[in-house]
Design a protein around this ligand. Structure first.
Ligand code: C2E
Ligand code: CA
Ligand code: CA
Length: 580
């Protein structure tokens, strides 16, 4: 019958494994694809094995409760799911398996003694390729693409598991969050691929060092996380091993982006690490990770390669920083910010030669917040640019006003932080502020710290030159507390050194401090620089400084930082004196 041979050839040529079996499941026909799938030949199957026999027995038992004669064909036919086949060579393969009852007519034997007639038709599709894709999909969605470490989701899952084990065994557990120091600088130096390589190497290193007991992952933002059994005492140990390992790692990565021969020029990679432990620091995965992150921020602040453990005091500080950050954004658009001016006095004439503008912030709830506290927050968040622009514009405007009111021309000094100084717009912003206030550039002095001068040398020099070219003066603030490579003093176009309060404070009681101040004054004069002493609190200090030839002094002995109005009142008598 042509129709019969058509079915038959379709059956034989089908791309999926297919078979026919009798009421007991004994094979009556199998196609080549089925032979290939199972590894059994048609001779080994037909009339010899049942279609139940190829299934993984454990899986069958789990899913189908067997009757007295084993697993029934009817119950197998009812389940349309994935199964595991055991091949002839013992390997396993996932199959999508379907068994269907054939129409009654084709199943009825012509004679009672005739060969068994097929009752069921079965199809088995090899799912291993799909399973592979699925596994790949799982891998991709739960691993970091650069380091191949588990991502945040998977790590949290593992942490939760470890936590429940710790609770059961009543043993402590620690979560560390770690970050490669200055990865941004590395990225700028060797490009994103180089930085990725450093990350990947670091990840590999962490995985090996953390050992089998620990779980390592990436929780985003280039941060690693490690979960390991043990409490505080073990953390230090691990940190020491990590650091030792990472220095080696840095040398390994030293070749990236460097020409041959420059290898090893790259400084060792160091890690900042924050740690939080169960039970004392938190009871759930999210809290432990967050608190290890709080500790990491502190480690970062403490300098490179530090380990910091979480504490509630740290968290309070972090919350305060966050409050300040939020508050500062609002403060800029309201009148919470204002300037105070601290007079600087000429030690030769005794008159006020200039004033330093000092930023003040009155927070509606927290009250007066010190710039020592909020300037670093503004630096970290980048708000320093907007804040600095406001200070510059206000100081210029108010100084111009004071000049018009009092008729004297006091200069003004404005603090410029390291990050502000690095801003390419700095000089243009200052020039605009001066112009708007109708202030002569030579009446403005900017105060920068030594840390600014050791930064990007080329850019620093060109910014300083641009400032000097427009007539603006530059003073080095807090002199003596920084890194003090004295070589830069001779090389850079600066006008003045401001000796830090710490030296002035000890000067009258400690001859060595006095000698140091004298040495700074002499050296500065030798280089053609003016000198201001900061933090002068007693008449004795002022007199000693005058005798040393120091040009200018600033401090509570002369005046605390005062309002603009108070400054004007202070200057007016000077005007009257001058006119007499
Ligand atoms: P600074 O530039 O060294 O300013 C001098 C600080 O010493 C001021 O503190 C001043 O009030 C204080 N001071 C002055 N004379 C004496 C004294 O005789 N004894 C003592 N104990 N202290 C004295 P202040 O106003 O709290 O400012 C602290 C720091 O905040 C400043 O140190 C400066 O680094 C920063 N700052 C203030 N305003 C600004 C600003 O507008 N921009 C930037 N970038 N930083 C600012
Ligand atoms: Ca200053
Ligand atoms: Ca200072």
């Amino acid at each position: 019958m042509p129709s019969h041979s058509l079915y038959e050839s379709a059956f034989l040529a089908g791309p999926y494994g297919a078979f026919l079996c009798d009421a007991e499941g004994l094979f009556t026909h199998v196609n080549p694809a089925y032979e290939q799938l199972t590894g059994f030949s048609s001779e080994e199957l037909v009339g010899k094995l049942t279609c139940v026999a190829l299934h993984d027995p454990a899986e069958l038992l789990r899913r189908i409760a067997p009757s007295r004669d084993g697993v029934s064909i009817e119950s197998l036919a009812r389940q349309r799911t994935e199964w595991t086949y055991v091949r002839r060579n013992g390997t396993r393969v996932p199959v999508s398996f379907q068994l269907a009852l054939l129409p009654a007519a084709s199943a009825r034997p012509a004679r009672p003694d005739a060969a068994p007639v097929p009752r069921y038709v079965g199809v088995a599709v090899d799912m291993s390729r799909h399973a592979h894709t699925e596994a790949r999909l799982w891998y991709v969605s739960y691993h970091d693409p650069i380091t191949q470490l588990p991502n945040r989701e998977l790590l949290v899952e593992r942490l939760e598991l470890a936590l429940s084990r710790s609770r059961r065994d009543e043993k402590p557990l620690t979560v560390c969050v770690a970050e490669i120091d200055d990865l941004d600088l590395t990225r700028a130096a060797v490009g994103p691929e180089g930085a990725d390589l450093v990350l990947a190497l670091a990840g590999e290193r962490l995985r090996r060092l953390a050992g089998g007991e620990a779980a390592v992952g990436m929780i985003g933002g280039d941060q690693f996380a490690m979960v390991f059994p043990g409490g505080e005492s073990q953390v230090g140990d691990l940190a020491a091993r990590l650091h030792a390992g990472h220095e080696e790692n840095g040398q390994l990565a030293g070749g990236v982006g460097h020409a041959e021969g420059e290898r090893g020029a790259w400084p060792p990679v160091s890690l900042s690490i924050g740690a939080a432990s169960w039970p004392q620091d938190g009871n759930d995965a999210a809290l432990l990770i967050r608190r290890a992150g709080v500790a990491l921020s502190e480690a970062r602040r403490a300098g490179k390669g530090q380990l910091c453990r979480f504490s509630l005091a740290l968290e309070r500080r972090a919350t305060r920083t966050l409050d300040l950050e939020k508050g500062l954004r609002r403060a800029l658009n309201t009148s919470q910010l204002f300037l105070h001016y601290q007079p600087r006095v000429s030690l030769r004439t005794g008159g006020v030669s200039r004033s330093e503008a000092l930023l003040r912030w009155r927070h509606p709830e927290l009250g007066l917040v010190s710039p020592v506290e909020f300037i670093p927050v503004a630096e970290q968040t980048g708000m320093i640019h907007a804040l600095g622009d406001w200070v510059m514009a206000t100081a210029c405007r108010e100084t111009s006003y004071a000049q018009r009111l009092t008729g004297v021309l006091p200069h003004v000094a404005v603090n410029v932080s390291a990050r502000q100084f690095a801003n390419p717009r700095l000089v243009a912003t200052i020039e605009a502020a001066l112009q708007k206030a109708a202030l002569v550039p030579s009446q403005l002095e900017i105060e920068i710290t030594e840390s600014v001068l050791i930064g990007d040398a080329e850019r620093t020099v060109s910014t300083l030159q641009a400032l000097r070219a427009s007539g603006i003066e530059v003073a080095v603030d807090d002199f003596g507390t920084g890194y003090s490579s004295l070589a830069y003093l001779a090389r850079l176009p600066i006008n003045r050194l401001k000796i830090d309060r710490a030296f002035v404070m000890r000067m009258t009681g400690d001859p060595r401090s006095a000698a140091l101040v004298q040495a700074i004054v002499s050296m500065a004069h030798g280089l053609g620089l003016a000198v201001t002493a900061e933090g002068v609190e007693t008449a004795e200090q002022a007199e000693a400084l005058r005798e040393m030839g120091c040009d200018e002094a600033q401090g509570y002995w002369f005046s605390r930082p005062i309002t603009l109005k108070a400054l004007c009142n202070l200057l007016e008598p000077a005007m009257l004196r001058a006119s007499r």
